[in-house]
Design a protein around this ligand. Structure first.
Ligand SMILES: [Zn+2]
Length: 268
């Protein structure tokens, strides 16, 4: 599978994706916003866009649907509860396979950023069996961060998604998020956890950071730099306890930390 990660140079710093099966030239567009570039890339590489997939219904993840449909006879897939998305043809359920040529993505139902949100997991490349898994996370998981919950989301559900699904992904899985927030989020990590050496080193290494040629993290690396995957860090817990008077005896300290981190990031 060929992955084109397309940085949209807008205020929201979106990433769009065009994935292609190199045998059949069939391609799939994920969260299209910059439809012109996606279209041109497809033409340049002789791809046939057969599917468009939206991880969720926020405008910056769906605006390219209709313009792409003017050029391509493509199915539009999204969470089965997001049928209001422009051009929607096919509802996606947890565990569904989304094929393009010889390649296949598996859909995960990942509520939290919005109630209807899917992530896409790629695990098996027929042509390159040694290729590591890839995870297209929309606005659920970012490099060194997590999606916000203030446009139709629910932080309790986001926590459940992290604990029950994101944590279970293989450490070698490469992360392809919906936005480029890596630098900001690493700085947030250091605000919460000043002794986080991995985040410090990565920030050094990323000078200058080029979102058009980004550093691809793995889930294993995320577990070292992403506060939302470091809920048992004593530094993070103690700092929040001092600031918010979190009770260390409460049943689920990690959930309380997750919710408090999300709140801190909203105001950061
Ligand atoms: Zn969003």
């Amino acid at each position: 599978m060929r992955i084109h990660q397309i940085y949209v140079d807008n205020n929201l710093r979106n990433y769009n994706y065009l994935l292609a099966c190199e045998n059949t030239r069939q391609a799939i567009a994920i969260d299209p916003l910059d439809h012109k570039r996606i279209n041109n890339l497809a033409l340049e590489h002789n791809y046939i866009i057969t599917k468009i997939v939206n991880t969720h219904d926020h405008h910056d993840h769906i605006e390219g649907n209709l313009p792409l449909l003017e050029n391509w006879d493509a199915e539009v897939l999204a969470h089965h509860q997001a049928s209001h998305i422009p051009g929607f043809t096919t509802g996606v359920f947890p565990g569904d396979n989304i094929n393009f040529g010889d390649q296949n993505l598996v859909a995960l139902d990942t509520p939290g950023h919005t109630l209807a949100h899917i992530c896409l997991l790629f695990t098996d490349d027929q042509a390159n069996p040694e290729q590591a898994p890839a995870f297209f996370s929309g606005d659920t998981l970012f490099n060194a961060g997590a999606g916000n919950c203030h446009n139709g989301g629910d932080v309790n559900l986001l926590y459940e998604t992290f604990v029950n699904q994101i944590y279970n992904l293989d450490d070698g899985t490469r992360l392809y998020p919906g936005h480029d927030y890596l630098i900001n989020n690493c700085q947030f990590t250091l605000d919460r956890e000043p002794d986080n050496v991995a985040a410090k080193l990565l920030l050094e290494q990323l000078k200058p950071h080029d979102p058009n040629n980004p550093h691809i993290t793995t889930l294993g690396e995320e577990k070292t730099i992403n506060s939302f995957l470091r809920l048992n860090s004593k530094t993070i817990q103690q700092k929040l306890q001092q600031e918010l008077a979190l009770n260390p005896e409460i049943d689920n300290i990690e959930k309380a930390v997750f919710v408090a981190l999300r709140e801190k990031r909203n105001q950061w």
